[in-house]
Design a protein around this ligand. Structure first.
Ligand code: DP6
Length: 314
């Protein structure tokens, strides 16, 4: 088999991954726990082609730099004992220009497609470990529902098919200075923030609380621990020297709006956008409120997504 196409969903960490144990192997310093989002997907096609001198990448219809891709594909080539270069075409069904993180769904879809195209038969856990080498958060996008990242790979926690919850993604745009990538920011935070150690210390208890809240289908408990994890991560980043501050005025305006609503909880990653966890019943009304906030360019409503899957092969 020389070609394959796969699709994977994005995920949002409820208990964040923020810091590495090993940069070379991209091993996380702590566990993390996420929700896979059905509304944000990446579809990636990989074709190994003997005629190519270099790997090529086309991202949302445009040629893109392939260095990071080549480093990652070298892992697949080593496993498969091949030396063939590949053409990779990747399409996001959400605007990449919006600054929403896409590396999670991208490396998860790539892991499924590239290994299938290279003729490798790997378990979901092995694929998760391979995706981690591209991006830590991508290890979680191999699975659907709630997913927990361990030392090397992620495992599914609960598909939560019976739980009618939504994640609203409020995209904050306009006038934001160029933000620091999560990869660079977490290293800088470890090196310079006096709160980095305290942040790491929070994670085990937050993971346990999140697991319990999921098992009990307790949205308020899950929302509370999700907010705590995000605020602790951002507090550590804010205390770095120089500081890393992702929040814009509209980020805080969304946080204020969410605080005013019962049963809605926020989380933020390495950007100004706010993701809001809420019950499906109140989601539509909340989407309207968030859309009305100055600086919010659009709001995506997502249900729970499924595992990464092979779309076609051969
Ligand atoms: C804030 O997975 O982008 O979104 O492993 O260096 O590629 P690398 O980092 P990445 O970091 C994600 C950080 C986060 C929190 C999270 O998704 O857990």
């Amino acid at each position: 088999m020389k070609a394959a196409t796969a699709r994977a969903c994005a995920n949002i960490a409820l208990v964040k991954y923020w810091g590495k144990l090993d940069t070379e192997l991209n091993l996380p310093a702590t566990g993390s726990l996420s929700l896979t989002l059905g509304a944000l997907t990446t579809t990636t096609a990989v074709r190994f082609n003997e005629l190519l001198a270099e790997d090529t990448l086309v991202l949302d219809g445009r040629p893109a730099p392939a260095e990071r891709l080549t480093t990652w594909l070298d892992l697949v080539r080593a496993h498969a004992h091949i030396d063939t270069r590949a053409e990779v075409t990747s399409v996001n069904d959400f605007p990449t220009a919006s600054g929403l993180a896409s590396s999670a769904s991208a490396y998860a879809a790539l892991a499924v497609a590239a290994t299938a195209a290279a003729g490798l038969d790997m378990s979901a856990q092995q694929l998760s470990s391979l995706a981690r080498r591209g991006s830590g958060s991508a290890a979680r996008s191999l699975f659907g529902g709630f997913v927990e990242m361990g030392e090397t790979h992620a495992e599914p926690v609960d598909s939560a098919a019976d739980w009618d919850i939504r994640m609203l993604v409020a995209v904050v745009g306009g006038g934001a200075p160029k933000s620091v990538s999560s990869r660079d920011a977490m290293e800088h935070c470890r090196d310079t923030s006096p709160l980095y150690g305290a942040w790491l210390d929070c994670v085990p208890a937050d993971l346990a609380a999140a697991r319990n809240a999921i098992a009990a289908r307790d949205l308020d408990a899950l929302g509370a621990v999700m907010q705590h994890s995000a605020l602790a991560m951002h507090a550590a980043a804010l205390a770095s020297r120089p500081p890393v501050r992702y929040w814009r005025a509209a980020t805080l305006a969304v946080m204020d709006a969410v605080d005013a609503v019962d049963g809605a909880y926020y989380t933020m990653d390495a950007g100004p956008h706010v993701k809001v966890l809420t019950a499906a019943s109140g989601a539509r009304e909340l989407v309207k409120r968030l859309r009305a906030i100055d600086g919010v360019t659009h709001v995506i409503e997502s249900g729970i997504g499924g595992p990464a899957e092979l779309v076609s092969a051969g």
